[in-house]
Each structure stands twice: as C-alpha cells, then as structure tokens.
Design a protein around this ligand. Structure first.
Ligand code: GLV
Ligand code: GLV
Length: 319
C-alpha cells in the first residue's frame, strides 16, 4: 500500500503529479483545518504532510497518529510546534536557500518602491495626473549611498546586502545573533548592536525568523530610536513587529515610511489602521512567491518528503 500524504496549500501542480506516483495524495487548498470532516479523516491516515503555513499544534498532532514527517514549503517554520513534533519522533523540514535571491529581489524592490513612492505615483498617472501636479514631498528619497541596517543577516539578509552593496553603493550595518564574517568581507557589512543600528540607519530591514525571542522586537522604543527620515522594511514575520507602535510611528512622523510584506494576522483585516496611511507600501506576503521559486520550493519539499518516508535523511531536516 502506498503511504498517504496530505497536501496543504500552494504545492506546485507538477510536483503534486510526481508525488502521486509514490503516494496516495489528498489535497487541501482552501485553508481547511481541524473540524473539517474531510481534513480530519485525511489527517488521521496521513504518513506525511507537505504544504504552506499549516499550523501544526499539539492538537493537530494528536489527530494524526500515523504522521512521520511534516514538510513546509517555506523557509520560515513558525507554524510548527517543533518541540511537540520532535517529542513524537516526527521529522520536520523547510525549504532554505532556494528562495534567497527571489525573496531578496522582492524585499529590495519593496524598499525601492517605498523610498521612491512607486505605488502612489503609479496611481497619480492612472488618475490622469503628471509630475507637474506633485507636491514636493511626493518626490521620494534616494536609496543609493544611504545606510542600510539589516536585522537578521542570514542567507536572505545576505542576498539583500549583496544587492545593496554592489548595485546601490550602500553602507551596510547589521545585527545578528552571531557575527557573519562572510557578509562582512563580501559586502563590507559592519556588525553593531541593535540600538546603534536603529540610530544610524536610513533604511532598517527586518529579516529575522519569528521565535519567542523576536516577538515584537520592533516596538515603540525601537521606532523612537530610528531617524525621523528613516524607512522601515519588514520582510520577516508580522509577529516580530508591534503593529500599533508602527502605526503611531508612521502617523506622528516619528519615522518617514514603511514597506511591509507581512502582517500580524494574515490575511490582514481590511480595517487594519496601517492600511489607511499614505506612507506605507504593502505586499500580501509574497517575498518568495514567483512562478519559478514556488516550483523550486515545492520540489525541495517533495524531496524532503520522499527521503523522510523512505527512511533516508531529508536534505533540509529541522530536528
Ligand atoms: C516565506 O515567508 C517563507 O518562510 O518561506
Ligand atoms: C531570514 O529568514 C534570513 O535567512 O535572514
């Protein structure tokens, strides 16, 4: 009998076809969860789970007695209760590295879009306006030769630093749990304490994974330390930012603007006050979501799944 696999959200169709050769596959693409009878019954039988952002809690694990492996189609794994998963000798995997350049393109693009007010100016043209009708404060600010502070110099942070250093002659500061000598040498990045980074940077780009330690890492005090002319970019997780503090910082002019790919609650509610502000540019958590990268992440997740269920060491094991 083929092992049973529960496919959850945004696994590439071509990859699902290859999975069907080895596994009995049941797909859930609409945020189904515990309590949905079809989901519960697939979960009860599942040997493996592959997908995006499924909340794997103690309760979910209790309802999945045969589970041997959980394969995220993302580098972040804050959706997984890794302690509970490990306690039950279940494997967990993510998709690092394959998304580095794609995500860095998106987050650096968001930085430029925020600084140069690209969405707002697009709206000006489409509503019949032109540059002569702009107020001086609508012109935007320079990116090149400015100071970029990267909080979280992992592989994605480094790919952002590469773009900033070679493409935009930016001066790079970074804060990280450990020193990243490679980024220091390759991109002339300077390590500094968080407070110093916040005080000196023209752009502050948050790229840390979401952990207990990073919850609300950016709060009122941190935004107050930033320059009034500075721009804040969040390419990590919404949980890492106190959204109310960000709102106040933007509203009162404590910081100049923000570019946000991620929110505390996703999808973010339509009445989130942040969405009413002019000096914020938003994206719907699409850092790694290009046609090519979604496929590459799905493929890597499927490799992890196959290896795990065949008793081999998956290439990106987390536990
Ligand atoms: C995207 O947010 C990821 O974690 O891959
Ligand atoms: C964050 O996810 C990083 O790799 O920097």
């Amino acid at each position: 009998m083929k092992p049973k696999v529960l496919v959850y959200m945004r696994v590439d169709e071509r990859v699902i076809e290859t999975l069907k050769k080895d596994f009995e596959v049941t797909c859930f693409q609409n945020h189904e969860y515990l309590g949905d009878p079809a989901f519960d019954s697939a979960l009860k039988e599942a040997d493996g789970i592959i997908g995006l952002a499924l909340k794997v809690t103690k309760e979910l694990l209790d309802a999945a007695p045969n589970l041997k492996i959980v394969c995220n189609v993302s580098v972040g794994y804050d959706n997984l209760d890794l302690d509970e998963i490990s306690k039950r000798n279940i494997l967990a995997t993510n998709t690092p590295e394959v998304l580095n350049d794609t995500t860095a393109d998106a987050i650096f693009g968001l930085l430029i879009a925020t600084a140069r007010r690209i969405p707002e100016l697009d709206h000006v043209v489409k509503s019949g306006g032109w540059n002569i009708s702009l107020q001086p404060d609508q012109y935007g600010v320079d990116v090149h030769h400015k100071t970029l502070g990267i909080i979280g110099m992992g592989s994605i942070g480094s790919a952002i630093a590469k773009r900033a250093h070679f493409g935009f002659d930016m001066n790079i500061l970074y804060h990280n749990r450990s020193r990243n000598k490679k980024a220091e040498q390759a991109y002339q990045a300077t390590y500094c304490e968080l407070n110093e980074l916040l005080e000196r940077s023209d752009f502050v780009c948050l790229m840390v994974p979401a952990t207990k330690e990073t919850a609300n890492l950016m709060g009122r005090e941190q935004f107050q330390r930033m320059k009034k002319t500075a721009i804040f970019i969040n390419g990590s997780r919404g949980k890492n930012v106190d959204e109310q503090a960000l709102y106040e910082a933007l509203k009162t002019g404590n910081i100049h603007a923000a570019g946000i790919d991620v929110f505390k609650e996703e999808p973010t509610p339509k009445d989130n006050p942040l969405l009413k502000l002019k000096n914020i540019v938003t994206l719907p958590h699409i850092g790694s979501s290009t046609t090519e990268c979604e496929y590459n992440m799905s493929k890597l997740a499927a490799e992890n799944l196959k290896d795990g269920l065949n008793g081999k060491m998956p290439p990106s094991l987390l536990n």
